[in-house]
Design a protein around this ligand. Structure first.
Ligand SMILES: [Zn+2]
Length: 358
C-alpha cells in the first residue's frame, strides 16, 4: 500500500516537473530527438538568397515588352530547377518570415510585443544545425540566428545600422554591399588555409539577406522604376555569385541554391497583413539534389498566375514557408530544426522538389 502511494506520488511529481521542462526551458538546451531524412544528403553546401520584400508576381511577371525582369532566375526555372510560390502567414513581417524559413515554425505572435527584434524563446535553426553558416545582410535579421546558436559556428557580417545614410540615397546599395562582401570573403578564403578548409566542409550554409527591395518598396512602392530596377540588379548579381561558387568549388555539383523572400508588399508599399501581394513570395531552387524542370501540358491552380506569367508549361511546386527549413536540412543532411513543424504533408511537398526516386 505504501509502495503504491509512493509510486503514485512519484508519477505526479514527474508530471509536475515535466511541465516546467516543456514550457520553461529552451529546446536548444533540452533537445528532442533530432529528426533526419533517411536519404543521403545530395549537397555539401547550401546558398540561401532572401530578397526581403520581393513579391512573387514582381519577380515572375514579364514587363510591357514581354521580357523578364529577372532573366537569370527565369532561365533557372526553364532549364535547371524547381519553382513555385512560398505561402507565408500573417503577420507578414521580416522576423516571423525568416524564422519560418530558417527555423521551420510560425513564431508566437507575442513576439510582436517585443517589436519582432528579440527572441521570446530560444529556438533551434538550420544555421545552428549546420557545421558552419556565414551570413551577410541587415543587422536587424542576422543576429537572431547567431544569438541562440550553440557554439561559435554562425558568423554574421552586417553593414553599420547606425550609419543612417547607408542606402538612404540608393537602397540597392544594401544588396550590392552583400554581394561585394561575399566575393571578398571567397577571395580571402583562397589565401587563408583555415578558412579555406572550413568552407570546404560539408553541411555548410551561406545566407545572403538582401534588404534593398524592401527598402525601395516602402519608399517608392512595388510599381516604381526603383523597385523593378532593383530586381534586375539582384538577378544579375545572383548570377555572378552562382558562377563564382561553381568556379570556387571546381564545378563539383555539390552546391544547392534557394532563392526566395520573407514576405511581399502591397501596391502602396506596406506589409504585415494577409493580402496575396503580401503572402505570396517566390521560391526558386536549383543545384545539388533539386529536380530538373518538369514540362506539363496542364496544371490546376485556383489563381490565374500561370497564364499571366507565361509559366503554364513548367510544373509549379508551391510550399508553405515553414517547409523551406526541412527542405534545406534535407539537402545538406542536417537534422530538421528541433522546432520545425514537420508533418507528412510537408514531407510530400519537399519530396516533389527533391531529385530522388519516388
Ligand atoms: Zn522583410
Amino acid at each position: 500500500m505504501l509502495l503504491f502511494f509512493t509510486l503514485g506520488l512519484l508519477v505526479h511529481f514527474v508530471f509536475f516537473a515535466s511541465i516546467f521542462d516543456i514550457y520553461f526551458t529552451s529546446p536548444l538546451v533540452h533537445g528532442m530527438t533530432p529528426q533526419f531524412t533517411p536519404l543521403p544528403p545530395p549537397a555539401r553546401r547550401l546558398v540561401l538568397f532572401v530578397a526581403d520584400g520581393l513579391r512573387a508576381d514582381s519577380l515572375y511577371e514579364l514587363d510591357e515588352n514581354g521580357n523578364s525582369r529577372a532573366p537569370f532566375i527565369r532561365s533557372i526555372i526553364m532549364h535547371e530547377g524547381s519553382w513555385g510560390i512560398s505561402h507565408t502567414r500573417v503577420p507578414t513581417e521580416s522576423r516571423p518570415g525568416h524564422v519560418a524559413m530558417i527555423a521551420g515554425f510560425y513564431e508566437d505572435v507575442s513576439a510582436v510585443a517585443k517589436g519582432w527584434k528579440e527572441n521570446p524563446v530560444e529556438f533551434d535553426s538550420l544555421f545552428n544545425e549546420s557545421k558552419y553558416t556565414w551570413s551577410w545582410g541587415s543587422p536587424d535579421i542576422l543576429p537572431m540566428f547567431a544569438k541562440g546558436a550553440s557554439g561559435d559556428h554562425v558568423y554574421t557580417y552586417s553593414y553599420d545600422a547606425e550609419r543612417e545614410d547607408f542606402g538612404a540615397d540608393d537602397a540597392t546599395k544594401l544588396d550590392t554591399w552583400v554581394f561585394d562582401k561575399v566575393k571578398d570573403f571567397f577571395h580571402a578564403a583562397r589565401n587563408n588555409q583555415s578558412l579555406f578548409s572550413k568552407v570546404n566542409e560539408e553541411k555548410v550554409v551561406f545566407f545572403l539577406h538582401l534588404l534593398g527591395l524592401d527598402t525601395n518598396g516602402h519608399a517608392h512602392r512595388p510599381s516604381s522604376r526603383e523597385y523593378k530596377d532593383n530586381i534586375k540588379i539582384v538577378d544579375d548579381r545572383v548570377k555572378e555569385i552562382v558562377s563564382m561558387f561553381q568556379h570556387f568549388y571546381g564545378n563539383d555539383g555539390k552546391t544547392a541554391f534557394i532563392f526566395t523572400s520573407d514576405h511581399g508588399m502591397t501596391d502602396w508599399g506596406s506589409h504585415g497583413a494577409g493580402h496575396p501581394s503580401e503572402t505570396l513570395t517566390p521560391l526558386v531552387t536549383w543545384g545539388a539534389g533539386i529536380k530538373y524542370p518538369q514540362k506539363v501540358s496542364a496544371q490546376q491552380f485556383e489563381d490565374e498566375f500561370l497564364k499571366e506569367w507565361r509559366l503554364e508549361s513548367w510544373k509549379r511546386q508551391d510550399v508553405n514557408q515553414a517547409d523551406i527549413a526541412p527542405l534545406m536540412a534535407s539537402l545538406i543532411g542536417v537534422p530538421f530544426p528541433l522546432n520545425s513543424v514537420v508533418g507528412n504533408k510537408i514531407l510530400l511537398s519537399i519530396l516533389s522538389i527533391l531529385k530522388i526516386a519516388q
